[in-house]
Design a binder for this molecule. Structure first.
Ligand SMILES: Nc1ncnc2c1ncn2[C@@H]1O[C@H](COP(=O)(O)OP(=O)(O)OP(=O)(O)O)[C@@H](O)[C@H]1O
Length: 324
């Protein structure tokens, strides 16, 4: 459970920062074990701007530095250099207010088994100093679809319900920013969909949602803006649609009326074609060659095309292209 906040901090949304950024990091660095023999640079002086009101995906392979970034904001890891401002409050200047501006949902399902969701939220509200008249326990339970289970002991809740309870706990003090660390790790497909719906509802109610995820499909479905962290550096941070447009890779699938020669003619190998599952598959960069030009080359070899389909790149293609 989070540590109590002994004197009041603002617990209502204050106006969004003038620069339109919910979180701003400049030159943020963290080196673990800097005094030992084997220091580990987890964050190498990153700059990152997280716009107000979006679902922001922080993507990266294991060990990229995502949790370090979150833990610096949570106050559980001390940065080595740089600055970070949360909803306009610098964490060095006003650490308690900066932390009150954010709700962090951890990865582990650590709920208090002997409290009901309602009791848990009342308790958390008290710890954050939210006056009784301003508490939003029922509203939050409803937002995370736990109204029916409000008075169940938490030990009776399923994994997905526990995760939603953690989201609710992080919201009791009405932070304008919610950070979710791997929100759907280990949950089944139908629960994942419900959690995604909850996240979008939160975004639509004005909360800025930052999430880390390993599931590129999840980032593709949910995020308005995506940053990719690799080995402690931010290698890109863009609105998702811009990132996808820059991917410069498309797949062309051609069904042929008869199999091509085996091995494939040099002209097809030169195009990067492979024959797989009865389909000629060619990945190409639309800025370098058009699908029409590829089709002309294939028919010039005397191959007859029965069907044609093209596929846009997905986030996985983009991620692999940028991090490999
Ligand atoms: N307390 C620590 N002491 C030493 N090294 C650490 C510590 N915590 C993290 N690291 C190292 O820092 C790097 C970044 O770790 P971090 O946990 O931030 O990555 P991550 O992107 O969150 O990975 P994951 O997706 O696995 O959670 C890794 O190489 C990790 O081994």
């Amino acid at each position: 459970m989070s540590s109590p906040i002994s004197s009041p901090v603002r617990t209502r949304f204050t106006a969004a920062p003038e620069n339109g950024m919910a979180i701003t990091a400049r030159g943020l660095a963290k080196t673990y074990g800097s005094t030992g023999n084997d220091p580990k640079e987890a964050l190498k002086g990153i700059d990152l701007d997280i716009p107000v009101g979006c679902v922001f995906g922080l993507l990266g392979a294991n060990g990229a530095g995502k949790s370090t970034f979150i833990n610096i904001m949570a106050g559980t890891v001390v940065k080595s250099a740089g600055r970070i401002s949360i909803w306009g409050t610098d964490i060095d200047d006003h650490p308690r207010q900066a932390r009150a501006n954010i709700g962090i949902v951890p990865q582990e399902l650590n709920v208090d088994a002997f409290f009901t969701p309602r009791e848990t939220l009342e308790l958390m509200s008290g710890l954050f100093g939210v006056p009784k008249s301003e508490r939003r326990v029922d509203e939050i339970l409803d937002m995370v679809s736990l109204t029916e289970q409000a008075d169940f002991y938490a030990r009776r809740l399923s994994g997905g319900m526990r995760r939603r309870l953690l989201v609710a706990k992080a919201m009791v003090h009405s932070p304008p920013i919610l950070v979710l660390d791997e929100p759907t790790a280990g949950v089944d497909v139908s629960l994942r969909q419900r959690l995604w719906d909850n996240i979008l509802t939160l975004r639509d109610s004005g909360v800025t949602v930052v999430l880390t995820t390993h599931y590129l499909e999840e980032a593709e479905a949910l995020c308005d803006h995506v940053a990719i962290i690799d080995k402690g550096n931010v290698i890109t941070s863009k609105p998702k649609h811009e990132l996808m447009q820059e991917a410069n890779v498309k797949d062309l699938h051609l069904t042929l009326t008869a199999p091509p020669p085996d091995p494939l003619p040099e002209a097809l190998i030169g195009l990067g074609a492979i024959w797989q599952d009865g389909t000629l598959k060619i990945q190409f960069n639309p800025r370098e060659i058009s699908a029409g030009a590829i089709i002309s080359k294939v028919t010039a070899l005397g191959l007859e095309i029965g069907d044609v389909s093209t596929q846009e790149p997905d986030l996985e293609d983009v991620f692999l292209a940028l991090t490999s």
